[in-house]
Design a binder for this molecule. Structure first.
Ligand code: CS2
Length: 504
């Protein structure tokens, strides 16, 4: 029997219908008409909606201040759809929290109260960021959005959006142009600056945001750059909640089983974590009351999360794609992949991690495997492998480098790089089925990978990704053996078995 009662007609998700939806989902208990916008958030993807917006909604439900509502911002044409859907639903959406045992909690989130599209009306976005009520501008702009070369750390001024923003400061296209234009306006108006709060999976995300913004601002207005350097806070943070891409089945589930018409809900796991440095320029919500943790130094937490969870995802994503797996839970239910992931975490990632205050790493890793195995979170490998060129330099390559320095094991991670080469070159899995590769560097990755026959190290010569890794003899030797074997026989499971058990 279905665990859900037979529903009456589905009800459209809108403010005026919230009282009718109360018995179908947890709904905001606060008066949304009294919510002020204290946060402007750039990048309203699934992750922002399952994480920061969720924490903020929790706070308001708990009776905390209503001064921290969120105005979502999209900068590109591709963000138009989410803006339109949210506007049509009075900025409400449903978070579908799926537990491993099949339990589902549906919760209507009310903390987003507005949305602006930068490419339509840049002035409206600048004005909102410069508004006296705005205290925080937060970002989920993806690992690649910080616009620096991961190998050299240099800011990419050749990016056409950056060129536009330097030439037309009042009609910016990139986040850097918007932030500087709004901070300039606040300074001229005698207002305190907002905090710039990064929520991306980058080691020292706040420091990185500061560095790239200052580099950009210096080119535009040195005096403004000095003011930003002296007065804007950029807290570092570790953010975590697995949030797969919304599927038509999620929409259908809400409509037919729960009776909520929501055009763009978000599905996520029950686990959620946010560890933040308590450094804010103009105050902050009491997110600790909703379970966030404020610490003086977030470094060990973020390193742990990026090098175990995110790197673990990439390990499964690339090896699993070639093998023919489709999802992360599909990978960890395969004992070979589960053992491989554990071994990578225990032998390669953990030895180069510092101790993390209050966290038992063995428990953390067990919990990761359990989270990855949640059979109700169908996290597709295509999402995990998306933009690998900006993920691997942050998630996996630092572990290889540090192990090379201290003579540690590198085999498990190196096979992932070899698999990435094979994947970029052939675009197929071991059985010849085409894979859907989405990466800003797709063409360069393909060019470099396709030279492997003539020169086994060809792929590594992409210096913006690998830096000087090809010059390391130990790495070059290990990689050459693995990539050669993979091109000879793409049955990646054979090589995984050899590493795990010393035999096929
Ligand atoms: C994933 C992350 O994009 C990726 O490769 O590892 O999106 C991951 O699911 C989140 O960081 C979880 O917090």
């Amino acid at each position: 029997m279905s665990p859900y009662p037979v529903m009456n007609e589905p009800i459209a998700l809108k403010q005026k219908n919230l009282s009718l939806l109360q018995n179908r989902a947890i709904c905001p208990s606060y008066d949304r008409s009294k919510v002020k916008t204290g946060i402007v958030h750039v990048g309203v993807g699934g992750f922002h909606r399952s994480h920061q917006a969720f924490y903020t909604d929790e706070l308001m439900n708990a009776g905390e201040s209503l001064d921290w509502g969120i105005c979502g911002v999209g900068l590109r044409e591709a963000d138009r759809k989410i803006g339109d859907v949210l506007a049509q639903q009075d900025y409400l959406y449903t978070l579908i929290v799926r537990h491993p045992d099949g339990k589902v909690e549906n919760r209507v989130i009310g903390s987003i109260v507005d949305f602006l599209l930068g490419c339509d009306d840049p002035e409206a976005v600048i004005a909102k960021m410069a508004h006296p009520d705005t205290k925080i501008v937060s970002l989920t702009i993806t690992e690649g959005g910080y616009n620096f070369n991961p190998a050299t750390g240099e800011f990419d001024f050749s990016n056409p959006g950056i060129q536009n923003d330097l030439a037309n400061p009042s009609r910016p296209q990139t986040v850097f142009g918007f932030l500087t234009a709004a901070l300039k306006r606040r300074r001229e108006a005698g207002l305190a600056p907002f905090t710039v709060q990064s929520c991306d999976n980058i080691q020292h995300n706040g420091n990185v945001a500061r560095e790239v913004l200052l580099t950009f601002a210096q080119k535009q207005d040195k005096d403004l750059a000095s003011w930003i350097a002296a007065s804007v806070a950029f807290p570092n943070a570790m953010v975590d909640r697995i949030t797969p891409v919304t599927t038509p089945e999620d929409i259908q589930f809400l409509d037919t089983k729960i009776g909520i018409e929501d055009e763009w809900p978000v599905t996520c796991e029950p686990f959620v974590q946010w560890v933040i440095e308590d450094k804010f320029s103009a105050g902050r919500p009491s997110w600790e009351k909703a379970g966030a943790q404020f610490v003086p130094d977030v470094t060990p937490y973020e390193t742990m999360k990026i090098r175990l969870l995110n790197a673990g995802h990439s390990v499964l994503g690339l090896l699993g794609s070639i093998h023919g797996h489709q999802t992360i839970d599909g990978c960890v239910s395969d004992p070979l992949f589960e053992s491989y992931l554990s071994r990578f975490m225990d032998f390669e990632a953990t030895p180069v991690l510092d101790p993390v205050p209050g966290i038992d790493l063995d428990q953390y890793k067990d919990c990761l495997i359990e989270r990855f195995g949640n059979p109700n979170i169908k996290d597709k490998l295509s999402r995990i492998c998306l933009e690998s060129s900006s993920k691997l330099p942050k998630f996996l390559i630092p572990t290889i480098r540090e192990n090379l320095q201290r003579g540690g094991s590198i085999e498990y991670a190196t096979l992932v790089i070899a698999a990435w080469c094979y994947y970029s070159d052939t675009g197929k899995n071991k059985d010849g089925v085409a894979l859907d590769i989405v990466d800003d560097m797709k063409a360069e990755l393909y060019q470099a990978a396709k030279g492997t026959d003539a020169d086994p190290l060809s792929f590594l010569k992409l210096e913006s990704v690998f830096g000087d890794l090809a010059h390391n003899e130990t790495f070059a030797k290990t990689y050459t053996g693995m990539v050669g074997a993979l091109y000879e026989n793409p049955d990646v499971a054979r090589q995984m078995q050899v590493l795990l058990f010393g035999r096929e």
